[in-house]
Design a protein around this ligand. Structure first.
Ligand code: SF4
Ligand code: MG
Length: 312
């Protein structure tokens, strides 16, 4: 397996007036070519920030250390001119919030065609043909009629699918999708899931950032669970959903409707997070004396890893 993306010791901190928000706090993760990795976790766990780092799209007000290597090049230190050759072309992004992510004054067809014209093909009639194919692919039909539509005439689900089309229009090797099922109905969730599954079969490497566990379960090869800027568990999909190891991951699964909606008690408390202990210990039902020190990510014989003393 070739590793296409390698994140090493990544820390992304945002200084605020009274404290530092450690959005990502020491992440190591490799993604193999053609793999689908789902990064799951509740909001505020740092998963979107991780996605932005992989695209070199972090805001300027953060401090970053570590590396994010794509085919050996560190995306965190590449000059913008080099990053532009990768972003959209090699690594593309399906942003959160479909309604706010499209330009309301341009047709959907034009916006899907932009990355094609920028990265793949200049000839206008070929671009148009490719846009029509993409509209067909995302089942926005009839494409000849829809190509001239403006975003306001699309439903949330159609906009989300259009963003997927924009993401893949430049024929990227890696596609990062941030909460691609957020705020859309079940039918559209299934449509987006089917779309991404086709991309996976085409060999595109997918990094799916989601809080939607059933979506991850449908799509992923591996699952990484983030909590408070850290990876708590990383595991092959089937074993993960058959029985997660980390107490937080167990709690996440128990909070699903089919498991009786048992929410994890407590909330992430900023002040609890960085005192050197396990970041989950104030919510964990297994807490012990030892948890005052934070466990490392413990590698298990089957290739998975878990950050919890119970597995030491
Ligand atoms: Fe719970 Fe301790 Fe494991 Fe943290 S290390 S998840 S507090 S048992
Ligand atoms: Mg997010």
């Amino acid at each position: 397996m070739t590793t296409i993306l390698e994140v090493q010791q990544l820390h992304i901190h945002f200084p605020t007036s009274d404290r530092t928000v450690r959005a990502v706090d020491g992440i190591d993760i490799g993604i193999a070519r053609s793999e689908t990795l789902a990064v799951i976790g509740e909001s505020g766990s740092g998963k979107s920030v991780l996605g932005l780092a992989v695209l070199g799209l972090l805001p300027v007000n953060c401090t970053v250390t570590g590396s994010v290597r794509y085919r050996g090049a560190d995306l965190l230190t590449l000059p913008e001119s080099e990053l532009e050759k990768i972003r959209g072309r090699k690594i593309a992004w399906v942003p959160q919030n479909p309604a706010g992510s499209m330009n309301p004054s341009m047709t959907v067809g034009y916006q899907i065609g932009e990355p094609i014209a920028l990265h793949v093909e200049k000839n206008r009639s070929i671009v148009r043909k490719k846009v029509l194919e993409l509209l067909q692919f995302i089942r926005i039909t009839p494409p000849e009629e829809r190509i001239g539509s403006y975003p306001y005439s699309f439903s949330g689900g159609m906009l989300q699918r259009s963003l997927v089309a924009m993401g893949i229009a430049g024929l990227p090797e890696v596609l990062i999708a941030d909460e691609p099922t957020k705020g859309i109905d079940i039918i559209n969730r299934q449509a987006v899931s089917a779309l991404l599954r086709v991309l996976r079969e085409k060999g595109i490497t997918l990094l799916i950032i989601t809080h939607d566990l059933s979506f991850a379960q449908n799509l992923a090869d591996r699952v990484a669970v983030m909590y408070s800027g850290r990876i708590m568990e990383i595991r092959e999909r089937k074993s993960f959903f058959d029985g997660p190891l980390h107490p937080y991951a167990k709690g996440m699964l128990l909070s699903l409707p089919e498991n009786g909606l048992h929410p994890i008690s407590g909330k992430t408390r900023e002040s609890d997070k960085y005192d050197g202990g396990c970041r989950f210990r104030f919510r964990c039902t297994y807490t012990m004396e030892r948890c005052r020190a934070e466990p490392p990510l413990i590698a298990l014989p089957d290739g998975s890893a878990v950050r919890c003393w119970l597995y030491d």
